[in-house]
Ligand binder design. Structure first.
Ligand code: UDX
Length: 450
């Protein structure tokens, strides 16, 4: 097969974290890609060579393949010469917890004249059964000859390029082998096992995988709460559990819970699907409840340690839902901030990457501080909500002198720091799933008092 016959023309709908990364990677694999989005500013930025989202390596990859990438607001232009249309738009939750598929349907509506397409492929996370409904809509629009496939994405933000180019597996759900071969051929150059299946199963793989990962996190957080109550140490416990090859070490970091654009939304959507079919998914309900409790539990622990929160100044270090991204969607830090403000505390916050244009409390002029030191100045306590590397390399001893009190509380919500370093620097160190550690001076004082 010549290299040109391996190159296909793709239309990607949605220039967000999934679509833009897929577009860049497909162009890197040699395909000609037109990315379509409905946001004029986003398309203007892309045409000007700017990248509207932060994702390591994305800017370089887009620049490297600019000959094979075009951007447009016009759906007809996007599909004009395309063989395959990829749908990568977002599917936010509705009030009922179901996924809002309006953006998916508006793309499908815009394809009704694209009789030349070979296939429509959905990458957006959609409820099981969506593919069957799209199939009916395509048939009704006279596009029965256009194949349909589900090709779910397992990329994590902050490492999306790496995940796309080196996935654990490629999942393709399609109606026939020819469609599987067509979609698989688009991944030529990627070395990964192919999991080919029917459309409904592929849709379920994505939702079930995210739900299982969320379950692992919430389970670990429950064990962490038990560790705090019993004097066990979650770090030792998870390290030993993770060596069991049947369980593995991943997704067992205890902390403030999972956030982001996928886990919270997808777990709620899967629970809604189960409820809608009359089968309450009790395990998943518990996973969601545990996760929603984590930031509240952290604020309660701070309150217990400080006595009260009213008029106390608390610094929140890290606002994004995880390091390596500028994304604050469903970040535990935002819930902690709101809870602290509701308790009458003053809040300062720092983050090296959270999007500066986000102007929602607390990530606004009133609370935002440019450096870790600025956020800690005058604070009575601090909580680490995102495990940014900057926090490891900072001078904690110097920062303590900027804070109020002799041994201010540092609550490590991600078990990110070395407790010995922090207590040696004079802090009272609270970590998740571990006993509170106090500086030697405090311990001596307590012994003398006793
Ligand atoms: C996730 C999935 O990993 C990815 O496969 C899917 O396509 C989209 O959803 P992402 O949301 O980018 O990716 O982040 P991920 O790195 O998986 O972390 C999700 C959340 O879980 C973060 O808030 C993280 O802090 C939290 N987490 C993760 C834990 O609290 N503990 C862990 O052990 C792992």
């Amino acid at each position: 097969m010549s290299s040109s016959s391996r190159s296909h023309r793709l239309a990607i709908f949605g220039a967000g974290y999934i679509g833009l990364v897929a577009g860049a990677c497909f162009a890197e694999l040699g395909h000609h890609v037109t990315v379509r989005d409905i946001q004029p500013e986003r398309i203007r930025q892309l045409c000007a060579g700017d990248v509207p989202i932060y994702e390591p390596g994305l800017g370089d990859m887009l620049a490297r393949n600019k000959e094979r990438l075009t951007y447009t607001l016009d759906a007809d232009e996007a599909v004009a010469t395309a063989e395959v249309a990829y749908i990568c738009v977002d599917t936010p939750p509705t009030a009922s917890g179901d996924a809002d598929l309006s953006r998916v349907w508006s793309v499908i509506d815009s394809l009704t004249h694209a009789a030349h397409l070979k296939a429509v492929v959905v990458k957006s996370t959609v409820p099981v059964g969506t593919g069957a409904r799209i199939r009916q809509a395509l048939d009704a629009a006279g596009l029965a000859h256009v194949a349909y496939a589900s090709n779910p994405e397992f990329t994590a933000e902050g490492r999306a390029i790496e995940d796309f180019m080196h996935p654990d597996r490629i999942v393709i759900g399609a109606e026939d082998d020819a469609t599987v071969r067509l979609v698989h051929a688009l991944h030529h150059g990627i070395c990964a096992p192919l999991e080919a299946m029917d459309v409904a199963s592929a849709e379920m793989v994505k939702m079930a995988a995210n739900a299982l990962l969320a379950t692992k996190i919430s389970f670990t957080n429950e064990i962490a709460a038990l560790c705090e109550a019993t004097g066990a140490d979650i770090l030792r416990v998870t390290r030993a559990i993770g060596q069991d090859h049947r369980l593995g070490p991943h997704f067992m970091n205890a902390g403030l819970g999972y956030g982001g654009s996928c886990f919270p939304k997808d777990s709620r959507a899967l629970r809604a699907i189960a409820s809608n079919t009359g089968h309450p998914f009790q395990l998943l309900t518990a996973v969601i409840e545990v996760n929603e409790l984590q930031p509240r539990r952290a604020v309660q622990r701070l309150k217990t340690e400080l006595g009260h929160l009213h008029n106390q100044t608390i610094a929140i270090l890290g606002m994004t839902f995880k390091p390596g991204t500028d994304d604050m969607r469903e970040a535990p830090a935002t819930i902690i901030a709101s809870r602290l403000l509701a308790e009458g505390a003053n809040v300062t916050c720092w983050d090296p990457m959270a999007r500066p244009h986000t102007n929602q409390p607390p990530w606004n002029q009133t609370h935002r501080r440019p450096t870790i030191g600025d956020a800690l100045t005058g604070a009575d306590a601090a909580i680490i909500a995102t495990e940014w590397p900057d926090l490891i390399h900072t001078d904690w001893a110097a920062h303590r002198r900027l804070m109020n009190g002799a041994s201010p509380v540092l609550y490590d919500g991600r078990n990110h720091l070395d407790s010995a370093v922090i207590t040696a620097a004079g802090y009272t160190y609270l970590a998740t799933g571990r006993s509170t550690e106090r500086p030697a001076s405090d311990r001596t004082a307590q012994t003398i008092t006793l």
